[in-house]
Design a protein around this ligand. Sequence first.
Ligand SMILES: [Zn+2]
Length: 144
Amino acid sequence: MATTATSAAPSPGSVQKHDEEWRAVLSPEQFRVLRKKGTEARFKGEYTKLFEEGTYACAGCATPLYKSTTKFDSGCGWPAFFDAIPGAIIQTLEPDGKRVEITCAKCDGHLGHVFKGEGFPTATDERHCVNSVSLKFNSSETSS
Ligand SMILES: [Zn+2]
């Protein structure tokens, strides 16, 4: 079985899998976005226009990342949140110095990007632009 040569040392409490393992548990589109930092088609995402009450968890490791109470309609074509659940995500400035990538703190899955100071009337003036396929919505009505 062929394996890649890259293997990062796992940190405590994190979810670390090889690409082959992720391929086995994710859909091809989830793999492309979460593991290969892809972007889903604009306005095509399952959760772009969803405003039900609940929690959005990481599609890779099921860690809760965002709450519906921080979701807002940005009109940008992807689900947008003005804040994440504390400690759930990691923000990293991309090498070009322009965009800030957001990843799941637990499994390092790519979620999208965060933009600040755009003038949205939210508490933080941040827009967490997240791919729907990186998320798994759990309605608060069905969860116990
Ligand atoms: Zn995750």
